[in-house]
Design a protein around this ligand. Sequence first.
Ligand SMILES: Nc1nc2c(c(=O)[nH]1)N[C@H]1C(S)=C(S)[C@@H](COP(=O)(O)OP(=O)(O)OC[C@H]3O[C@@H](n4cnc5c(N)ncnc54)[C@H](O)[C@@H]3O)O[C@H]1N2
Ligand code: MOO
Length: 389
Amino acid sequence: MISVFQALSIIDQNTEALAPVLLPLSKLNGCVLAEDVQAPISLPPFRQSAMDGYAFKHGKDELRLIGESKAGDFAEFKIGSADCVRIFTGARVPDQADTVVMQEHVEKTSSGIRLIKTPEKGTNVRPVGEQIKQGEIVLKKGTKINAAIVGFLAGLGISEVLVIPIPKIALIVTGNELQEPGTPLKPGSVYESNRVMIETALKAENVELILSNHVLDDKESTFEAIRVALDADMVLISGGISVGDYDFVKESLERNGVEEKFYKINQKPGKPLWYGKKGKTQVFALPGNPASSLTCFLIYATAAIRKMNGTEKIDIQLKKGKMKGHFVNKFQKALFLQAREQSGVLEVYPKQASSMLVSFTQSNAFLFVPEDVKEIQEEDEVHYIPFKL
Ligand SMILES: Nc1nc2c(c(=O)[nH]1)N[C@H]1C(S)=C(S)[C@@H](COP(=O)(O)OP(=O)(O)OC[C@H]3O[C@@H](n4cnc5c(N)ncnc54)[C@H](O)[C@@H]3O)O[C@H]1N2
Ligand code: MOO
């Protein structure tokens, strides 16, 4: 059996950022820029008025009104030292004007206006390129695109950019015993929890869920569900990966030509994690026990997703904290214990079995116990991995 760190390293070696594609603005949210973006124009592209008011050549206070410039206009005026032009916010300031006075600071006269509060020269005129100059690098490769960035790109007149696309994920849960919540439980059945749990956890990641299915424990259904799912960038399967007579996932993956990269990690929960690849598609067959499924998802699958997104190298960030209480590792395995971290102090919850989610509901971190650590005493230094659910 391989160790946690060997497993992470194998996943790292087998994961690349997805190939860049040119996408329109409406499809960019969450994608990562695959190249630097240069401004094709300056912003603002022309001298712009910041206020509704009057544009004039700074000097005199008594001004004759000779025309109007509203947003979208581009007319030129011959502005004398005692002239002004009515102007509105966002409109082009005529070349000969150097200042805009807001309309609240003037009084009207029969021929134009009188300034009652004289602005300093240059006031309310946004110079060309005040925000961004043409040719400047405005966004760096690796930037994650959000609403503000989409708006900014649109403002620069850019309609499409080269990005690392969002990984497409397919999810399959297996098991005859699984029953959807909301109906009285049949004898021998359990309520299905992993599908909605992994779907929910996926929402915190930068992915698109393209398929989410439940299959029964039979060879052909499992084979067929996996065949269809392999169109995704990543396939997540829950359950059916152990050694029982009705665990068909491993053989169905092999029949589908998915190459095994590892099977089983010396850890608890989540020992029988299976990881493989077909072409560029990665497959994580997560153990069906709910806490095992979620642990393997949070530690391994999310690491691969983030690297596919082009943002992070795979590496678990172990933080240092202090133990509250006492713990004995009876298993000679690495343990991911569900714990509550507060100000660097880690409290481990008592119910840690892989079939149980009760402690997960209270947790915000895994206390990581290496396989060679047998006992942890109160106040001992420990390592933990925070998570957000
Ligand atoms: N002889 C051995 N038996 C088992 C071993 C082993 O090494 N030798 N490993 C154990 C470990 S560790 C784990 S973890 C489980 C993993 O089993 P599977 O991945 O095949 O999962 P299933 O058998 O399908 O289910 C296990 C358990 O979890 C419940 N389950 C499954 N899916 C869901 C779901 N979507 N929602 C709620 N609950 C689910 C299922 O009912 C079972 O109780 O194997 C051990 N066995
Ligand atoms: O590895 Mo299994 O997840 O302990 O029950």
